[in-house]
Design a protein around this ligand. Structure first.
Ligand code: ADP
Ligand code: ZN
Ligand code: ZN
Length: 756
């Protein structure tokens, strides 16, 4: 009889697999990818069978307890993708396998949660003008806070969430209900909000440009990667839909569509559902474990043939995948920030190859990595150079805020106080918003910094209030009033005197979305304004609710962080204003220019999607920066050429492969010492193994050298050869010694998207 042993991947942070014997009564071979229940230490674990194994000599093996699947939970191509992720990103294979399965299938005891009741607060009385609002809440400051928060969240919020955000008692909300301002009621938690949303029918006919691109993709060889560079509004969604239609017409074929974030891309998702109805399973973070399990089963059984979702939808348990679409492929949210630290775009290419599928990476602003790949001939580049349906790209103008400030100061009456709001909304931008309001058109205002003011500074001694747990300044929030750390959510009361010198000359510096909202509300008291940032979208569907209101024409001005730059398609938006283009330009990260260019181009692309055309105004103090300059002319190619020049010396991706080795711990000195020791260890290894083409940079403190009470140091490994990097990363992750002190940890982040 053949060996009755199997190799099992277990969800434990160890770089190895485990061997178990198969007891009598269980048929072998157990198909690869099948889940098995095994004893592990003092507990039971669910693992994935990776194949048969030779029994190791001299070890007493334990028998596995049960085989849990009739059909393997992980189809072959998915398993292969998992093995690649484990190797490329130096992650324990068992942890990778676990992250590819829904939680309900990887934990020995789970009961899928049932529908829950929840208390919600609904805004029932609108107070459109600022004046009315001041009067209503003249003697009820806390009610005003609750009201503003509720309104910012689209008029509906969980009672609990609202109370936490406003930091108020339930009595405040009860009092508001008595005054007829809000209503509190019980609601059955919807099982899946997407189940009730109407799909949107796609445009009837692809244009000639779209048709040409569709034909090329459909003629692609199995495993072929395409980079679809289509300008904003060029109709990439219809291309995806037509490709899916043709692929699914072949018997047994299935498809995967990745989007950056479901809540922000509900419009795109609605279009897929409009085209394919119940064939689509929408996988999103709002699903309960039970719902996720149901959706997974439907895909595994073949009841639904299209998986649409963010990053992890790449792990949909489909077989015979014919096409994988990665929309907005440049988005950094495709990279997972914890183990396994995979990039879904790269993993998509691997899975497609294993499936014999084609991959379409789509973007108006492709990542430099994807661009370089196409230049090297490893993918085929396709272009949609014009907007669909006859729409024109909007004209983009720069507003040099240095001039605005100079003029404002010169025009100031002698001894008149300095008005800091002058630097926020330039006269041109104000006039442009005004004209939209008059014409009944909509405006988007982007400021990529949430909160009210960026930080509090003492004018006497210069001290800036920083988070006690992170090396980052606290952000001033007005509603509710507090200083907040954007990394660890630490909150502190707003001081009235400086903790360092006792002076009362504390000033708020810098600008956040809350302050812009207030200013816009004061300047345009009749406008209906919504703000979209992390603070207004804590509810799972808050984004969608706000966007739906914009779509229905209930909002005149949508103000927000980068969230409002992602794929929105509203034909009545004719103005986009960028309040401050410079917020991300000076970050100590080699991608800061690329990110800024992408953000400016993407948000500009929201304007003028309808027949009325559009206009974009970018306020900046750095109008000559290449990220700003080329966004003005919608000139991706010129930006790429200039930016690639900056990536050569010193070399950065896409010209080298990068791994960020981060050492962190609770003590500053121990962390620094461990980082230095790790660097020596790696250097010695590189020398001993005579690894050429490897360059080590550092160690040095991370730009943000402390997060959540952990000190952070890092070390960059650069390599021109992927293979050497794979072996080295793995060796470092598995073997590099870290002292057992100060809770020291070493993490290898291959192809990092952030170095902060
Ligand atoms: P992208 O994702 O490339 O920015 P979208 O897919 O959102 O662009 O399409 C932009 C707009 O153009 C949408 O409103 C879409 O309905 C419309 N559109 C796309 N293709 C066509 C077409 N062939 N004819 C008419 N309108 C189209
Ligand atoms: Zn001071
Ligand atoms: Zn913090």
């Amino acid at each position: 009889m053949a060996t009755r042993c199997v190799e099992v991947a277990l969800p434990v942070p160890l770089f190895r697999t485990f061997t178990y014997t198969v007891p009598d009564g269980i048929a072998t071979p157990i198909p690869v990818g099948t889940r098995v229940l095994v004893p592990f230490r003092a507990r039971r674990e669910i693992g994935v069978c990776l194949g048969e194994a030779e029994p190791p000599e001299g070890v007493v093996l334990k028998p596995l307890l049960a085989v849990l699947d009739q059909v393997p939970a992980l189809p072959a191509a998915l398993l292969e993708t998992g093995r690649w992720i484990a190797e490329w990103y130096a992650a324990p294979v068992g942890l990778v396998m676990r992250s590819m399965l829904p939680a309900a299938l990887t934990t020995p005891r789970t009961t899928p949660s049932a529908a829950k009741q929840r208390r919600v607060v609904i805004l029932v009385k609108e107070l459109p003008s600022l004046l009315e609002r001041e009067q209503t809440f003249a003697r009820a400051k806390q009610q005003r806070v609750v009201y503003d928060l509720l309104e910012a969240q689209g008029g509906k919020s969980l009672l609990e969430t609202l109370r936490q955000q406003a930091d108020c008692s339930a009595g405040v909300i009860t009092a508001m209900a008595k005054r007829g301002l809000v209503e509190v009621r019980d609601e059955v938690l919807e099982r899946d909000p997407f189940a009730d949303r109407a799909g949107v029918a796609p445009p009837p006919q692809p244009s000639a440009d779209q048709q040409a691109v569709i034909a090329e993709i459909l003629a692609g060889a199995p495993g072929q990667t395409f980079l679809l560079h289509g300008i904003t509004g060029s109709g990439k969604t219809l291309v995806y839909i037509e490709v899916l239609r043709a692929v699914l017409a072949k018997p047994g074929r299935t498809a995967i569509v990745l989007v950056p974030e479901i809540a922000l891309t509900s419009q795109t998702v609605d279009r897929f559902r409009g085209a394919f109805g119940d064939d689509v399973a929408v996988l999103h973070s709002g699903l309960s474990d039970g719902e996720r399990h149901d959706a997974w089963q439907a895909l595994r059984r073949g009841d639904r043939r299209i998986a649409v979702g963010a990053r992890s939808a790449l792990f949909a348990p489909l077989e015979r995948v014919g096409v994988v679409i990665v929309d907005e492929e440049h988005e950094s949210s495709y990279k997972q920030s914890e183990t396994p630290r995979y990039h879904a775009r790269e993993a998509a290419i691997v899975r497609a190859r294993a499936e014999g599928a084609v991959v379409v990476l789509g973007s108006a602003t492709p990542s430099l990595e994807s661009w370089e790949r196409a230049e090297r001939g490893q993918s085929i580049q396709l272009t949609l150079p014009a907007r669909a349906g006859g729409a024109q790209l909007p004209s983009v103008q720069v507003v040099d805020m240095r001039d605005i400030m100079r003029e404002a100061l010169a025009a100031r009456a002698p001894n008149a106080p300095f008005d800091a709001t002058m630097g926020i909304l330039s006269p041109v931008l104000s006039a442009a918003i005004e004209s939209r309001l008059v014409r009944g058109e909509q405006s988007l205002l982007l400021l990529n910094r949430r909160g009210y003011a960026a930080y509090m500074q003492c004018h006497a001694c210069g001290d800036v209030q920083a988070c006690p747990h992170c090396s980052i300044s606290l952000t001033y929030h007005r509603v509710p009033e507090a200083l907040v750390c954007h990394y660890c959510q630490h909150q502190a009361p707003v001081p009235t005197i400086c903790a360092q010198c006792g002076s009362d000359a504390l000033r708020r510096r810098g600008l956040g979305t809350q302050q812009v909202e207030r200013l816009v509300a004061e300047r345009f008291p009749d406008a209906r304004i919504a703000r979209m940032d992390v603070d207004t979208t804590s509810g799972k569907w808050a984004h969608t609710a706000i966007l739906d209101r914009v779509g229905r024409g209930e909002i005149d001005i949508l103000l927000g962080t980068q969230m409002i730059a992602k794929g929105l398609d509203f034909p009545n938006v004719t103005l986009v204003g960028v309040v401050d283009a410079d917020t991300g330009l000076n970050l100590p990260d080699f991608r800061s220019a690329e990110r800024t260019f992408q953000l400016l181009s993407q948000v500009a692309g929201r304007a003028g999607r309808g027949a009325k055309g559009g206009e974009v105004l970018i306020q900046t103090k750095m109008p000559t920066h290449h990220a700003v300059r080329h966004a003005l002319t919608h000139d991706f190619l010129s930006f790429v050429h200039e930016e690639l020049g900056h990536r050569r010396m010193p070399t950065y991706p896409p010209f080298v492969s990068l791994a960020n080795v981060v050492v962190s711990g609770t003590e500053q000195t121990a962390t620094a010492q461990a980082a230095v020791a790790a660097a020596h260890w790696i250097q010695a290894l590189v020398t001993r193994a005579a690894l050429r083409d490897i360059v080590l940079v550092g160690p040095a403190p991370c730009p943000i050298d402390r997060i959540k009470d952990r000190w952070r140091w890092h070390l960059l490994i650069k390599s021109t050869r992927g293979g050497a990097m794979t072996r080295l990363s793995r060796y470092v992750a598995e073997r590099c010694p870290v002292p057992k002190a100060a809770d020291l940890r070493l993490v290898v982040d291959r192809d990092p998207v952030s170095l902060l």
